[in-house]
Design a protein around this ligand. Structure first.
Ligand SMILES: NC(=O)c1ccc[n+]([C@@H]2O[C@H](COP(=O)([O-])OP(=O)(O)OC[C@H]3O[C@@H](n4cnc5c(N)ncnc54)[C@H](O)[C@@H]3O)[C@@H](O)[C@H]2O)c1
Length: 259
């Protein structure tokens, strides 16, 4: 298998897209470190990885804490011996009209979605540089390429992920390290349920189910996205099949956006 013997760290892998990515990478042969804020869901995903026959480590990690990120890299090296892949997946969404965005909302979203992507990468890069190989894949979003009237901080944070991806790709291409990101569209997870309630129900006065029906009607491929749709593309980026790709922001949106 393509990732046999490799080790992947996936942040926020307790549920949703991160969990699907952890299971996809494990099914491709990788051992997985579940670096997740929630201890209970972290243990659950790690158990599912072990059930696929791969080593797993559940590591309670708050990606906004530099010390946690350093521990994440160190414990992965100590216990699994190598870091081949980092997937920066942990993220949050906060809905607010531009005039209602507080500094607290701005900092919270930027800290988790953007700043942590950079510093998690910084924590693993020395190990990847020593090995002269590595693969960093981050969760940006379609939101990083288009505007969002009710989510300025979120859209800004995802544009930052795309920018971090391009800069790190250039910085380390000659060292055998590839850096890419994926840009999903409307993925049915707990985050989507929150968005349905806060944007649909809260800001637009539309029933959550109706909000999703309206979004679904915009998707050319005619269905909502699943966590596995995203995980499959992350698996491709983690594999040698994408060995000539770096610095890319790949849309996985059912055709919603094409740039
Ligand atoms: N759901 C969508 O429609 C969608 C679309 C595009 C991009 N994304 C991105 O994909 C990623 C995953 O989204 P999801 O829908 O699975 O979200 P989710 O809310 O279902 O899961 C996010 C996970 O991240 C963890 N997390 C949150 N803060 C953390 C922190 N400080 N440290 C460590 N872990 C933390 C949570 O505990 C949770 O397990 C996010 O970066 C999100 O922005 C989601």
């Amino acid at each position: 298998m393509d990732l046999d013997g490799q080790t992947a760290i996936v942040t926020g892998a307790g549920r949703g897209i991160g969990r699907a990515i952890a299971l996809e990478l494990a099914s491709m042969g990788a051992g997985v470190v579940v670096a997740e804020f929630n201890q209970e869901t972290s243990e659950r995903t790690a158990g599912e990885v072990r059930a696929l026959g791969r080593p797993a480590l559940a590591l309670r990690t708050d990606v906004t804490r530099r010390a946690d990120l350093e521990t994440m890299a160190k414990r992965t090296m100590d216990e699994l011996g190598r870091i081949d892949i980092l997937v920066n997946n942990a993220g949050i969404y906060r809905a607010a009209r531009p005039l209602d965005v507080t500094e607290e909302i701005w900092d919270n979203v930027m800290d988790i979605n953007a700043k942590a992507v950079f510093f998690a990468s910084q924590a693993v890069l020395p190990h990847m540089l020593a090995a002269k190989r590595g693969n960093i894949i981050s969760l940006a979003s379609m939101a990083g390429k288009v505007g969002g009237p009710n989510s300025v901080p979120y859209n800004t944070s995802k544009a930052a992920v795309i920018s971090i991806t391009k800069s790190l790709a250039l910085a380390y291409a000659a060292d055998g390290i590839r850096v890419n990101c994926v840009c999903p569209g409307f993925v049915q997870t707990d985050m989507w349920a929150l968005l349905e309630r806060e944007v649909g129900g809260g800001l637009m006065g539309v029933e959550p189910a109706e909000f999703t029906r309206q979004r679904l009607a915009q998707i050319p491929l005619g269905r909502m996205e699943t966590p596995e749709d995203v995980a499959n593309v992350v698996g491709f980026l983690a594999s040698s099949k994408s060995s000539y790709m770096t610095g890319q922001a790949i849309n996985v949106t059912g055709g919603l956006i094409m740039h």
